[in-house]
Design a protein around this ligand. Sequence first.
Ligand code: GAR
Length: 204
Amino acid sequence: MRAMKSIVILISGRGSNMEAIVRTARAEQWPVRIAAVISNRPDAAGLAFAAQHDIPVAVVPNKNYATREEFDSALKAEIDKFSPDLVVLAGFLRILTPAFVEYYAGRMLNIHPSLLPAFPGLATHRQALDAGVKVHGATVHFVTAHLDHGPIVAQAVVPILAGDTEEILAARVLEQEHLILPRAIRWFIEGKLSIENGCVHIAS
Ligand code: GAR
């Protein structure tokens, strides 16, 4: 890893994935500055964790903007104050405009709680249980204008077991999210990721 890279993390709520990034970055001593944690919701619980860990926090309340375009342009202005090398959507539950996504192309990662391309959108654990699939999981991918699609960096698989509820399954998947998201970010900052024909290659 060469020069100090900087990361901006976007959250909407609990922020457990953001916490996993912060904890792993510190434990593994990444040469990375978590430049800011930004939420679209003022009440996002994760903001308190970030502030307690001396990470600058900001809120861009989507409620204050009449259109997606206006919100995205305010969000972009806030993010760019920190000149990040990478933007991470860590439980950021907003649909982003194509212009916003294009602007951060190749430098924005998202974590999604399913084995994409299966089960994009919301209620992924319910979708998996209803479909009767026997395995489920999580995906880290580069963000493209196609919601919950985009070149896949990392995936983790968990079994679906008899008696699973949405909550039990969500917890099993979340544990894996907390491993693969930091790992994918580390690969990015180490310059190991490249995208060819829509597929991610990871240098060894
Ligand atoms: C996580 O499970 C994340 O994968 C999901 O929201 C949760 C946020 O939890 N993201 C999506 O569904 C995006 N489509 P967290 O705030 O504790 O990280």
